[in-house]
Design a protein around this ligand. Structure first.
Ligand SMILES: [Zn+2]
Length: 696
């Protein structure tokens, strides 16, 4: 009895239209794509919807930097992003943009529904304004000194040195990161969505079965516990986005219109594919909706978005699937190490299916980070795909074409029994289905039956487990061929029939493996369809290919050479140099005179001890020798240094900074360090400098 096909929409997060696709992005798009391809393989009606997120201040400023209109800029970037996704075989049914007419209309309609419900309130708020650029500044575009620890060059929302969060108006000596001007406070009317009104509904919604991974639901409890706040959904001109109806200078905040982009992209898709839009989006829809996202945007998808949908009387998501972030060789992707790898740089050196396979082998249903270990990547792809899977076909195919006219045997009858002990320990209660085709049939049936467990792993996003089971089967198929030795059988005329059946069974086992691997390796599967003259249909896996002509075998996948990986990493370093040359000039702090500078007493200091600080993720405690005096200083350099690396080093400190009481003790000064997105780098005087020397 077969169930009616499920009707499903799956989305990946709309990609921000300001840069290239990189391997970090691809975790999500590949995860979604493999899941979608699995659903389609099972006969479900599954639409994969995506697009780019085109609005907001960063895009407005980037377009300006490139001397383009924002519309022109997002079109160019969007086309590049889509081309990269397609090259990685990501099978969107529709890829749109949030800056579309359909979205503009839908956003206005949703907003009117929220208003009608009394969910929009207006309030005058104070914000920092750049008098030179004549615009209000988003938090990320304001820099200044941390109000808690005094560290320079911190963003308007939180301090990277001490971890404090604050309002941008609390920053000391704030300046605009765009013009360098000192911002002024200015009042403006903003519109707020009444999120607190949905507190109870959301608390229940996020805890309903299957909605969120437990870890994610637990994280959201922190927000519920501290109380939901009204959500500011408006921004002042100049802004790139949709104007709020009946205003002259207010725009929708990008996070209001972005998720509505999922609906409008689907609406566009309905037009071309004749799908019933209402069936999927009405409040009581029986269809399924899944959003695949990274952990950094859970707040928007699991709180604001369902609340908006509830208010505007649309269905809410069936589930939100959160994945972890990508690390490369165990660390955050780094431009200087060449591990910040763009999709196109990867593609210039390597086959996309290598990465699809490696990510699949690492992805689980949990939102834990996944690591692309470049050495393991090469070894694993070579050993699993080339050494195991392709090997099965290449060992059997030649005999079929040379000795049996390219035709598969009639059955597996002479293979009495699989000569192997079972690799799988089945549960006692689990029944092994009866043999269908005589002797070799039990091995065949075992492969076909394993599909039920593999299907479940795909459905649950446990791709790593699916891959593990598939590779156990591949091992088993190879052991079968090793034991039967068709290359010897073929030399003995009395054993020809057996050789024919062994190779036929080998290719049939290979076919089942490719049916299972098809969502991960669509291109290789396409080649196998031609080779076997077969459509690789999931539900036909229990019917072996027999007495059938197949095509000559051609290479399905090449090994990865170490030189290719090295070349990709080197090319990524070159990408960085190009990007650096392209970088805008730093917005500097306001000019000071020599007297201002001389107020700061900088001294060479020797680190005589360094220890971790219990309960402080970012801090190390340093003991500094100032040439006769010892100071204790807390420094936010833990992410970049271990205590043992520091002892004995010379550095530079601000010696006349007022002592500061911190949660962990009093800090008697500050050491100097350079910082950028990659890390923190302690300053080091040249050799000859001694503790206590003045720096001027
Ligand atoms: Zn701070």
């Amino acid at each position: 009895m077969s169930k009616p096909p499920r009707k499903i929409i799956a989305t990946s997060a709309l990609i921000y239209a300001n840069g290239s696709v990189h391997l970090g992005h691809l975790v999500e798009y590949l995860q979604t794509d493999m899941w979608v391809r699995y659903q389609r393989a099972r006969g479900n009606e599954c639409y994969y919807i995506c697009g780019n997120d085109a609005h907001g201040t960063p895009i407005m400023l980037q377009a300006e930097k490139h001397g383009m209109e924002p519309e022109q800029f997002i079109k160019k970037i969007g086309a590049e992003q889509l081309a990269s996704f397609k090259a990685f075989e990501i099978s969107f049914d529709h890829f749109s943009t949030t800056h579309s007419d359909v979205n503009r209309e839908l956003v206005a309609a949703v907003y009117q529904a929220l208003q009608k419900n009394g969910d929009i309130k207006s309030k005058v708020i104070k914000q920092l304004f750049d008098p030179e650029k004549q615009m209000f500044l988003p938090d990320r575009f304001i820099k200044g000194e941390c109000p808690k620890c005094g560290s320079a060059d911190q963003y308007g929302d939180n301090c990277e040195k001490c971890g404090a969060t604050y309002a941008p108006t609390d920053l000391k000596h704030p300046r605009s990161a765009i013009s360098g001007a000192t911002p002024i406070e200015r009042e403006s009317e903003h519109f707020f969505f009444d999120l607190p009104k949905y507190h109870e509904k959301l608390a229940e919604w996020t805890r309903s079965t299957g909605r969120l991974q437990t870890e994610v639901a637990n994280k959201l409890d922190e927000w519920f516990d501290s109380g939901l706040q009204p959500w500011d959904i408006s921004r002042d001109a100049p802004y790139f986005g949709f104007k709020i109806p009946n205003t002259t200078d207010k725009y929708f905040y990008v996070w209001l219109d972005a998720p509505i982009g999922y609906i409008s992209a689907f609406k566009e898709c309905c037009k071309t594919q004749k799908i019933n839009f209402e069936e999927f989006w009405q409040a009581d829809s029986q269809t399924e909706l899944y959003h695949f996202i990274g952990k950094d945007i859970v707040y928007f998808h699991a709180l604001f978005w369902p609340a908006m949908l509830m208010s505007a009387n649309y269905r809410t998501p069936t589930a939100i699937k959160v994945h972890g972030m990508l690390t490369v060789d165990g660390q955050k992707m780094s431009k200087s190490r060449g591990t910040f790898i763009k999709a196109d740089t990867y593609l210039a050196h390597l086959n996309p299916e290598y990465l699809r396979y490696y990510y699949a082998a690492k992805l689980t249903s949990q939102p834990t980070d996944i690591d692309l270990n470049l050495g393991d990547f090469r070894l694993r792809v070579n050993s699993d795909l080339v050494g195991k899977v392709v090997n099965i076909a290449s060992r059997c195919a030649g005999f079929i074409s040379k000795n049996f006219g390219g035709k598969l045997a009639l059955n597996f009858q002479t293979i009495e029994k699989s000569p192997l002990p079972p690799l799988f320990q089945r549960g006692e209660s689990e029944e092994i289905p009866p043999l269908k085709k005589g002797g070799g049939g039990d091995l065949y049936n075992e492969f076909a039956t394993a599909g039920d467990a593999i299907a479940e792993h795909y459905e649950n996003l446990d791709f790593a487990r699916a891959v593990r089971e598939i590779m156990l089967l591949a091992d088993k198929a190879n052991q079968f061929i090793d034991a039967e030795k068709p290359w010897q059988l073929i030399k003995d005329p009395t054993q020809h029939a057996r050789a024919h059946e062994v190779c036929t069974l080998g290719l049939n086992l290979f076919r089942i493996l490719m049916i299972y691997l098809q969502p991960i390796l669509p291109s290789m599967a396409a080649k196998v369809r031609v080779f076997l003259n077969d459509e690789l249909i999931w539900d036909q896996r229990d019917q072996p290919l027999l007495d059938k002509v197949i095509n000559p075998f051609e290479a399905l996948m090449q090994r990865i050479e170490e030189t290719q990986v090295i070349a990709m990493v080197e090319a990524s370093k070159t990408d960085l140099q190009v990007a650096e040359a392209d970088k805008p000039k730093l917005a500097l702090a306001p000019t000071i005179n020599i007297d201002d500078f001389q107020k700061i007493d900088l001294r060479v200091a020797k680190i005589i001890a360094a220890t971790y600080v219990e309960g402080a993720e970012k801090l190390l405690q340093l003991s500094l020798d100032l040439g006769g005096e010892t100071r204790k200083v807390f420094s936010g350099i833990r992410a970049s240094y271990s205590p043992q690396d520091l002892v004995g080093k010379l550095t530079v400190m601000v010696a006349n900074l007022a002592p500061r009481k911190m949660r962990f003790g009093v800090s008697e000064g500050m050491v100097l360090a350079a910082s950028n997105g990659e890390g923190i780098y302690l300053l080091n005087p040249d050799s000859g400098a001694k503790p206590g020397d003045r720096v001027s």
